[in-house]
Design a binder for this molecule. Structure first.
Ligand code: GH3
Ligand code: MG
Ligand code: MG
Length: 337
């Protein structure tokens, strides 16, 4: 296997005897390691927090804070990556080794130091460190994937629901506004039918990019279903959310959605609802209200934004209040094509 250009491992030597430190430093630097040193436990902890090294060579016998305590604190700190610790002990007794390992040390070496042995142990520890780092990176990646919609890169439905749950709770507790906008691409089936499913996929991901670009940092964007997207706007009153939705609608209208083999245009319809509203007490009711408004936007001719319970909403739906009280307006018909 080709040798990759990896940065040389950073080793922290912690020892209260300057002579010991100097000898170790010179020997290890000659082997290609980068070395930093600390004369006591407190300094070591501070340095580890500032820049976590790849490995620590830790003296056990030090005044104030001994090596065991330093190891315990480093291993207890969950914000730190995995850092292998090799204890250096002058006490070649079973008990001191056991204490060191119990404190969280990964290995130990007895003084006077046998350098070939030390290097072998360091190599093994650094190999373990690389494996642990790879696992940690993989875990971050998996956690990311678990909340992301693969096609568009925005939140998936499950994470959107969880986020809405938290935001709704928060808004109720602090008596703050929360707006929800439900976006649906108009006649999207037609895009698939005439330009192909792949073109449809590209429209979806480009639309998600547009939303990301136009939303604020604190807004949360997710794919709610096939060609339906939801944006959560904390601290926003419905009219401001309508303004935002109209800006998106206008951008979409003039956007050339590129796909393999051409470009196409399309439009969107949007339903907007907001907490606080006299008939919205749960997050489900908030979603339902935005969905009802979206349904009205579709029925009224598409390519428009409708606010739940607003003038245009009522102008386009008869007896909406009666029906809503029995919970039947819309009924998800907006998605039935
Ligand atoms: P309307 O204006 O009433 O919203 O009409 P529409 O055609 O957009 O709505 P309808 O619900 O009838 O069709 C939605 C289409 O979206 C049907 C489905 O095949 C398509 N779709 C859902 N998910 C995906 C996807 O991930 N990729 C692609 N390319 N199409 C999808
Ligand atoms: Mg649609
Ligand atoms: Mg739809």
């Amino acid at each position: 296997m080709a040798v990759e250009e990896q940065p040389r491992p950073l080793i922290l030597i912690v020892d209260d005897h300057p002579d010991n430190v100097e000898v170790l430093k010179v020997r290890l630097e000659a082997l290609g390691y980068r070395i930093v040193t600390a004369p006591d436990g407190e300094t070591a902890l501070r340095m580890v927090a500032e820049q976590p090294p790849d490995l620590i060579l830790l003296d056990v016998m030090m005044p104030h804070m001994d090596g065991n305590e330093v190891a315990r604190r480093i291993k207890a700190d969950k914000t730190l990556p995995y850092i292998p610790i090799i204890m250096q002990t002058a006490l070649d007794t079973t008990q001191s080794k056991v204490t060191g390992l119990d404190s969280g040390a990964d290995d130990y070496i007895t003084k006077p130091i046998n350098y070939p042995e030390l290097v072998a142990r360091m190599t093994a520890a650094l190999r373990m460190k690389r494996v642990q780092d790879e696992l940690a990176a993989k875990n971050v990646q998996l956690a990311e994937m678990a909340i992301t919609d693969a096609l568009t890169g925005v939140f998936n439905r499950r994470h959107l629901d969880e986020t809405l749950d938290e935001m709704f709770e928060h808004s109720m507790r602090l008596d703050e506004s929360l707006a929800l906008a439900m976006f649906d691409i108009d006649h999207f089936k037609h895009v698939n039918d005439t330009c192909g499913h792949q073109a449809g996929d590209m429209v979806l991901s480009q639309f998600a990019q547009l939303l990301k670009h136009l939303a604020r940092d604190i807004d949360r964007i997710g794919r709610y279903g096939g060609e339906e997207f939801m944006v959560l706007l904390p601290g926003t009153v419905p009219d401001a959310a309508v303004t935002f939705a109209n800006r998106v609608r206008q951008e979409v209208e003039k956007h050339q959605f590129e796909y393999h083999g051409g470009a196409l245009t399309c439009s969107i319809s949007v339903g907007v609802a907001g907490y606080k509203h006299p008939r919205i007490h749960t997050r489900q009711q908030l979603v339902k209200a935005a969905d009802d408004a979206l349904y009205v936007a579709k029925a009224a001719g598409r390519n428009r934004v409708i606010k739940y319970d607003g003038a245009e909403f009522h102008a386009n739906v008869k007896d909406v209040d009666d029906q809503h009280e029995s919970g039947t307006v819309g009924g998800g018909a907006a998605r039935s094509g």
